[in-house]
Every structure is written in structure tokens, then in C-alpha cells.
Ligand binder design. Structure first.
Ligand code: GLY
Ligand code: MN
Ligand code: MN
Length: 463
């Protein structure tokens, strides 16, 4: 938790942006695994964390802007709570830590919300949807439909620009994520089960908080979000590991490295790795205030298309191929996304609110359409940069059969790559006044050479 002034200032800024009206921000509740009391680890709503800072269930924050009143709703500890969970600080004491003085029981929330039209964010949990439905007397689908665009835009505007104290938290998450990947790289040897590596690196994340998303780790890196860890590492294969940590303040990291088993990259793997590495490094070199991330994505597609053309896998004119979306065969996802309190920051509020605006709209062409963040970059944006090249046999077969982009793809040469898998490399950057920098400055090894000469995990832990 930050100093209470941080939350007071954020709420004041939100009020200023909105000008008038009433806002309710719902905190999350506990979610049962198999019965109430045996719950998933509690995860507070990220916007609630941002404005209210209190990391505990069953709270709601209301601001009545016109009457300049703000309230925290929640129930004080009962004797039962104290018996089972201990003599914790009272809600009133907790509220004071984030600059809130009026604490009312949850039962009073409905009455307050009746006094004016209410702005709220679109709920993504059924509990919160049903609560709002009950509180506002509307059907759940009406609640989903009538979320406040104005509030959503204001929250996105504020949360997208990371403050210095947030950058320190992101750096902290970056450090843990980096240690996770060192561990994965060091364990990448023939005969090791994928699951064992997942367990080890998730243990590192747990020691500092949790993982920021379910770990992706597989020799079958061509499956973009592969959560099947049933393989046993084999010589000659690649291990794609996409993993990150969420620290105890709930800030996330998100890195990907693709490592040859035993560190022995084949010539083909070296060639493809070099193209992805160039796409990553050139994207980082390009990212700066004033240019759109959409253009950085397109440039990554250019590097991938031309790199594969040098290997004889693609052909034809670069601009025509880019306009036709040909590189999407190899990278059917976006170059990156915003990162913050959520690994895909604020995705619950709607990707288009986060990543696009009136000036930069989402493309509809396959591949480009998957870009989560396309708009102009500003100092303080934190983003992932995650180009990849994948050989997805089913997608290649479909394009060949349906004659999609045949003038740009050398399908016969691709036959030799159907068992290749995929390579993705992902770093986290923050846009600065003049360019960008890595969120956590100690960059993970990228190249086969660097990997073999990597700083040891022990060395990193001493930093
Ligand atoms: N961790 C999933 C992604 O890179 O977006
Ligand atoms: Mn990732
Ligand atoms: Mn990512």
C-alpha cells in the first residue's frame, strides 16, 4: 500500500475528471473453490486497489461528487471474525490509512445509491454483477449494458500513466519474473518434465506474491497460450516459457524466453530466433512518445516477413505483403499490451478503451486485429513487447488449401518447419520522455550465446 496521500490525490483527480455525479467502485468478494470457507486466494479488483488501496473482501467505495462526500461501505469485524481470523484492525482504522473517514455498513449502500444516477465499471465477476443488479434494481444484462463509458475513460486515462511509485512496484515484479525465467532456463535440460519447471518457477512467484497469469511453458510453443505441461523435455526441441509474477502490491511482470533444450540451438532455431530477436530489439528502439504502437507492430511484421524471406519461407514485396496481412501466418497475435495492476492492464474495462482512441482504431485484418494496444505512446505507459514466429501446422494447411496469400508464402519450404514449434521473446518497457527503457533493467539473456554465458541465478539474487 502507498501513503494515504496517493489515494487521496487519485480520488481527487477522478472527481475532477468526472466533474459531477455519483460513482460506485466495487471491491471483490471471496470466491469459493468447492465450498465457502475453502476459497481461492483473495484478489482485490485492480481499480479498487488503485483508488482505495484496501486489499480485503466485501467493500465498496462511493463518491458523491456534487455533494463532495465519499464513503467506504463494509461491515466491521464480528466476534466470530475475531475468533477465527484474529483481532485485526477495525474497518474504520483501515479506512483512515487510505484517507477515508466515513465508514458505513454494507446494508446502507442501497439507500445511498438511490439518491442519484450511479456510474460504475462493467462487472466481470458474477457476484459483483448480481450485487449491482440488486442494488440498482436492474436485470444483470442491463447492468452489463449500462456501465459508465465516462468513468471507464477516466479510470483508463489515470491508470495508464504509471507514477514513480508504481514503476518501483513494476520493477519489483520484474525482478521476480526475471528470477523465474533464470530458473526455467537453467532447468531446460533433456529428461526434465515441463511440469517440474512450472512448479519451480511458480514457487518463486508465490514466495513474492503469485504468478501474474497461468504459466505458459511447453515444447509446443506454436500453441500461443499452451497450458499443457505434460511433456518431458527432449534434445533438439525448444522450450517456450511465458511467465511472470504479481508482487504483493499486485503489480505484474510478463516475460517470454524460448530456450533450446540443453542450450543447443539447431541452425534453423538460431535463424528464427535471430529474426524474433531483431523484431524485439527494433521494436524497443522504436517505442517512444508520439508514435503509435500500431506502427511498431507493423514494423515487427516487416522484420518478420523480410527475415523469413531471407530464409526462403516468404516471398514478394514487403509493403504488399504487410497490407495483405501475410506475416500473421507466423505471428497471429499483437506485439504487446499494457501492463500494470493487471497483466493485460484493465482488460476487464474493455481492450478498445485501453488500447485505442478516436484517432487510432483497431484493424480488422487477421493478426493486426489481435493487437490489444495500438494508440499513440505517452511517457508513463508500460507495455510488453512480444514478437514471435510460430509454425502452426493447421493454420499453414488452411492457408495453403484456401490459397490465402499464396503470392507471399512459400508453402513447400514450410514443410520442413511443421515440427519446429514457435519462438516468442517478451520484455516489459516503460515509455520515457524521449524513448523507452526496460522496466527492470537487468535484462534476461536473449541469444543462444548470451544464454550460455548467462549471469547465474545466485548472482542475480544477490543484486
Ligand atoms: N502472458 C500472456 C501474454 O503474454 O500476453
Ligand atoms: Mn507473456
Ligand atoms: Mn504479454
Amino acid at each position: 500500500m502507498f501513503q494515504k496521500e496517493v489515494y487521496i490525490q487519485r480520488r481527487a483527480e477522478l472527481k475532477k475528471l468526472l466533474g459531477s455525479g455519483m460513482v460506485v467502485l466495487q471491491g471483490n468478494g471471496e470466491a469459493a473453490v468447492n465450498y465457502r470457507g475453502n476459497d481461492y486466494p483473495f484478489r482485490q479488483d485492480s481499480s479498487f486497489i488503485y483508488y482505495v488501496g484496501l486489499d480485503m473482501p466485501d467493500l465498496a467505495y462511493v463518491v458523491d461528487i456534487d455533494n463532495d462526500r465519499e464513503y467506504l461501505f463494509g461491515n466491521e469485524l464480528t466476534m466470530d471474525d475475531i475468533i477465527w481470523m484474529g483481532n485485526l484492525p477495525s474497518l474504520k482504522e483501515r479506512a483512515a490509512e487510505v484517507g477515508l473517514s466515513t465508514v458505513l455498513p454494507m446494508a446502507d449502500l442501497k439507500g445511498i445509491l438511490k439518491s442519484a444516477p450511479v456510474m460504475y465499471l462493467k462487472p466481470y465477476r458474477y457476484r459483483n454483477l448480481l450485487m449491482l443488479s440488486e442494488l440498482l434494481g436492474k436485470k444483470p444484462d442491463e447492468i452489463t449494458r449500462d456501465f459508465s463509458v465516462e468513468l471507464t475513460r477516466a479510470v483508463v486515462k489515470m491508470r495508464l500513466i504509471k507514477s514513480q511509485e508504481e514503476l518501483l512496484e513494476l520493477e519489483d515484479a520484474g525482478k521476480t519474473g526475471t528470477v523465474m525465467h533464470f530458473m526455467a532456463m537453467q532447468m531446460c535440460h533433456a529428461g526434465i518434465p515441463e511440469q517440474k519447471i512450472v512448479d519451480m518457477i511458480e514457487g518463486i512467484a508465490l514466495a513474492e506474491g503469485r504468478t501474474s497469469f497461468p504459466t505458459i511453458l511447453s515444447m509446443n510453443g506454436q500453441t500461443l497460450h499452451n497450458h499443457d505441461h505434460s511433456g518431458v523435455l527432449q534434445a533438439g526441441r525448444l522450450m517456450l516459457c511465458d511467465a511472470g509474477s504479481e508482487n504483493r502490491s499486485h503489480y505484474a511482470s510478463d516475460f517470454t524466453r524460448t530456450t533450446a533444450v540443453d542450450g543447443d540451438y539447431t541452425p534453423k532455431q538460431i535463424d528464427i530466433h535471430a529474426i524474433v530477436q531483431k523484431a524485439l530489439n527494433d521494436s524497443i528502439a522504436l517505442a517512444k512518445p508520439g508514435i503509435t504502437y500500431k506502427s511498431v507492430h507493423r514494423n515487427a511484421y516487416k522484420i518478420i516477413f523480410e527475415g523469413l524471406r531471407d530464409l526462403g519461407l516468404t516471398k514478394g514485396d514487403t509493403e504488399e505483403a504487410l497490407n495483405a496481412g501475410a506475416p500473421a501466418l507466423f505471428m497471429p497475435h499483437g506485439l504487446g499490451h499494457a501492463l500494470g495492476l493487471d497483466v493485460h492492464d484493465m482488460e476487464n474495462l474493455g481492450e478498445t478503451f485501453v488500447g485505442y482512441d478516436d484517432e487510432t482504431t483497431r484493424d480488422t485484418l487477421f493478426g493486426y486485429s489481435s493487437l490489444r494496444f495500438g494508440k499513440r505512446l505517452e511517457a508513463g505507459h508500460v507495455l510488453t513487447v512480444e514478437p514471435g514466429i510460430y509454425f502452426i501446422p493447421q493454420l499453414i494447411a488452411k492457408w495453403e488449401k484456401e490459397k490465402i496469400n499464396t503470392q507471399f508464402i512459400n508453402f513447400s519450404a514450410l514443410k520442413g518447419y511443421l515440427n519446429f514449434g514457435g519462438i516468442r521473446l517478451e520484455d516489459d518497457i516503460v515509455i520515457t520522455d524521449k524513448g523507452c527503457r526496460l522496466v527492470y533493467s537487468h535484462r534476461l539473456p536473449l541469444t543462444p550465446y548470451e544464454l550460455k554465458n548467462a549471469t547465474t541465478l545466485e548472482g542475480l539474487l544477490k543484486n
